[in-house]
Write a protein that binds this ligand. Sequence first.
Ligand code: NDP
Length: 317
Amino acid sequence: MSKVYNVIIVGSGPAGLTAAIYAARANLAPLCVEGFSAGGLVPGGQLMFTTDVENYPGFPEKVTGQELMQRVRDQAERQGTEIVTADVERLDLSARPFKVWVEGEPEPRLARAVILATGARANYLGLPSEEKLKNRGVSACAVCDGALYRDREVAVVGGGDTAMEEAHYLSGLCAKVTLIHRRDAFRASKAMQERVLSNPKIRVLYDTVVDEVLEREGAVGGLSLRNLRSGETSRVDVAAMFVAIGHTPLADLVRGQVELHDNGYVKTVPGSTRTSVPGFFAAGDVQDFTFRQAVTAAGTGCMAALEAERFLGEQPH
Ligand code: NDP
């Protein structure tokens, strides 16, 4: 008979590893499949792509995203989590124990409960110059990186609620914000739009796309822009470009097996990490399109472990 884990956690960002810490401390001997490749699950999650983290409680001197995640991983291991460095290729939630196919293993691992903490990936424009300057002025998170551009001029790309929120947030820190949107109307809610349109520090460029991110001394120095209606090109001098054109939740593993929101995020019961499948929990950015912070992800990871423990306690042996 194959071993049946109490809990298998898929993903190793703040949500997955916090779930692991709590599950291990509850004597559930969890397995965490942390991911392997940049194409699939990224060990450590999105924080591995940021530089300094200044808003995670407990690190007054700031900490790099990588160091923070290494510490959390060490903590999860020390508490007794088994960690496998591989991607999960397939999940079968149709019957319990659930089946988890780990890359390179012929047989699935079995779990009484599964916590999905695969996170989300920020969408980028796909320009080579953008890729080159990531973390050197190109960012997808104003709350994470905005303070680095205090009193400088910055740009935000996008026309949804996130772009409005990022522009508004940055206007409180930066000298000026140029909001660049590819159409002549925003997709964002009216209230969020009004907040931006009435803000004197935010200038909006409609019908405009970024053709290239310009480099100055190894960092972002400006953007080369094109108006889609007139074809006219222009340049804006900014120290940073915040891309806010949506995120893609990494929920492919469970599509068709569990209820998702229309935007692809896993649906959880409000105030809980329970999903439409009993015993299957979702934590972190794969189920959160509102806050998307490391600390909120960690919070839902904790919730998922506690809820998994409660679920297992209710099952007949
Ligand atoms: P959205 O999908 O709502 O908006 C993405 C924006 O990016 C759109 O304006 C889109 O343009 C633009 N875009 C997409 N691809 C490109 C591209 N390749 N080049 C240029 N522009 C592009 O994503 P959000 O992250 O803004 O929001 C996601 C969800 O989260 C929404 O449901 C939103 O309401 C919600 N949210 C809620 C918040 C709140 O209530 N406080 C805060 C943040 C998000 P176009 O319009 O032309 O398609």
